[in-house]
Design a protein around this ligand. Sequence first.
Ligand code: TRP
Ligand code: SF4
Length: 338
Amino acid sequence: MEKKNILTGIRPTGRLHLGHYFGATRNWVKLQDEYNTYIEIADVQALTDNFDNPEKVRKSVRDLAIDLLAVGIDPEKSTLFIQSMIPEIAELTIFYSNLVTIARLERNPTVKTEIQQKKELFGDKGEGITYGFLGYPVSQAADITAFDGELVPVGEDQLPLIEQCREIVRKFNNIYGETLKEPDAYLSENKRIKGLDGNDKMGKSLGNAIYLCDDEETIRKKIMGAVTDPNKIKKDDPANPDVCMVYYYHKLIKNDNIETVCKECKKGARGCVQCKKELIEKMQEFLRPVSERIKYYEDNPELVDKILIEGTSRAKKTAEETMKKVRKAINIDYFEEK
Ligand code: TRP
Ligand code: SF4
């Protein structure tokens, strides 16, 4: 049986942290064995938000590639590519943009939330919503369908974008004839990873993240500052591990001593400093192989470039095939034999 195509994307806007790892990339590493996997470094999409900061996007493309390779994305199994180097995606976006109303885009819950966040962040100082930003779900539909993506591994917040893509595909097929595949979302088991501060989400802008590239000293400092049970004052006070971020991370990285941590914490037989020190060691151990691979790729930038160039060239061939079908369907395949 032919393998199904999976496509997923990620915006290059900074380094990967544990939230990305447990919520997304770890699953991609598993999926690449079973599926024909395309992983898009979505620089065009990153620019919809960062058009005035192209340097950040440029630097993040390589950093992101390094982080992805370091967690185990295997260029022999997965096609890792750069969005802006595939003009077919931009081309498809133009044709799809006729199939979506502005009202529908404004109603997209993900877009709505993001517009709200922008308003809160910039208030009246904001420049307003750009055409490119409002249209990014259309471009994301092009990302997916350019590679015949049947399954799209994403977080829950992305579901409205997949729905929007499905609508575009249906409309396209209705008007121009059965051409494109309707994709399904593939939700990961771990939806959201909490931050060191107890916030529901680990995020770059929240300053509560452990990065895969953090050195051992940084990991130590961050864990020492993690939120514990606020009712525990003295070393031998009994506490509630369920409200403690240190306990949460012990669990996340599967400390085999977890039962003891829980019992001792509840009994007041464990001090928080000791408990944090134990987590620091385990976390450093957990991240060590990843940091070693990060260092390897950082020392071999020409290898990273080669992987990106080859992946992009493979991806481009697939997108060209799709574009041929699309041109034919829309009847703009001038000078091709009928
Ligand atoms: N919008 C996604 C995010 O912010 C990134 C992305 C870009 C994507 N293109 C995609 C995800 C295609 C899935 C499929 O996380
Ligand atoms: Fe958290 Fe450990 Fe302190 Fe309990 S002992 S509150 S689990 S840090």
